[in-house]
Ligand binder design. Structure first.
Ligand code: PEP
Length: 243
């Protein structure tokens, strides 16, 4: 399975910074799929710079409706129109800061697919949930609630305690959780679940990328902080398993 290295720029970059970052990534990295998800205000510019390159562009969220009275929101067709082909959904920062429920994430995934966007649906447990031994239970509920019945996208396992903390999950944690997620995907999608990519996200950096990306059933990485530094993001992409 070809690995996907996705960069989530979050609420970072003004135009000159986004353009410089996109220019530096234009050639991508052979052997893996590369995606960047800039802030919505930078999508058109970044998509323009990356047009014709192997690097795809995605949004960081979308509304569940195609248009209407939703001040401040962005719809999936708008992202598509701006040049996106992917969208991140249900990131833990959206779940926490915007009270997004699994059901909301599921409706957004339906809207994304209808607009021709490939969704990356994020799941992951808090520190407290892991300490209580509830991590697979929590992720199981998130998968059951967030993925629509005809889901055809990517799942990103992002333990919340590993995001932006500098402390990634251990290889054993990642292996165990990815095996659990695979089993859940096969249960929910017996025909297609085997081929769905499962990304790991949470403090992926050049120094740990190769070991994390070499683990069984890691289909790539969702990268936050390190995706804002072109040479770090490219180093992570170069660590992808050739496929
Ligand atoms: C993220 O927020 O999706 C993420 C993985 O962030 P970081 O790489 O900075 O931990």
């Amino acid at each position: 399975m070809r690995q996907l290295i996705a960069g989530n720029w979050k609420m970072n970059t003004v135009t000159a910074e986004a353009a410089a970052l996109a220019q530096a990534l234009r050639n991508g990295v052979p052997g893996c799929d590369v995606l960047v998800c800039p802030p919505a205000t930078q999508l058109v510019a970044v998509a323009g710079i990356l047009a014709g390159s192997p690097v795809a562009v995605g949004g960081q969220d979308c509304h569940w409706e195609a248009k209407g009275a939703h001040t401040g929101d962005i719809s999936a067709p708008m992202l598509r129109d701006a040049g996106a082909s992917w969208v991140i959904l249900g990131h833990s920062e959206r779940r926490a800061n915007h009270a997004e429920l699994d059901e909301t994430v599921r409706e957004k995934a339906v809207a994304a697919a209808a607009a021709g966007l490939a969704p990356i649906v994020c799941v992951g447990e808090t520190d407290e949930q892991r300490s209580a031994g509830r991590e697979t239970e929590v992720v199981g509920w998130q998968l059951a609630g967030s993925l629509p019945k005809d889901f055809a996208g990517v799942v990103a396992y992002e333990p919340i305690w590993a995001i932006g903390s500098g402390k990634s999950a251990t290889e054993e944690d990642v292996e165990t959780m990815h095996a659990f997620i695979r089993a859940e995907l096969l249960r929910q999608f017996p025909e297609t679940g085997a081929a769905m990519r499962i990304l790991y996200g949470g403090s992926v950096k050049p120094s740990n990328a190769a070991s994390l990306l070499a683990l069984p059933d890691v289909g790539g990485a969702l990268v936050g902080g390190a995706s804002l530094v072109a040479q770090d993001f490219l180093a992570i992409a170069r660590a992808a398993r050739p496929g």
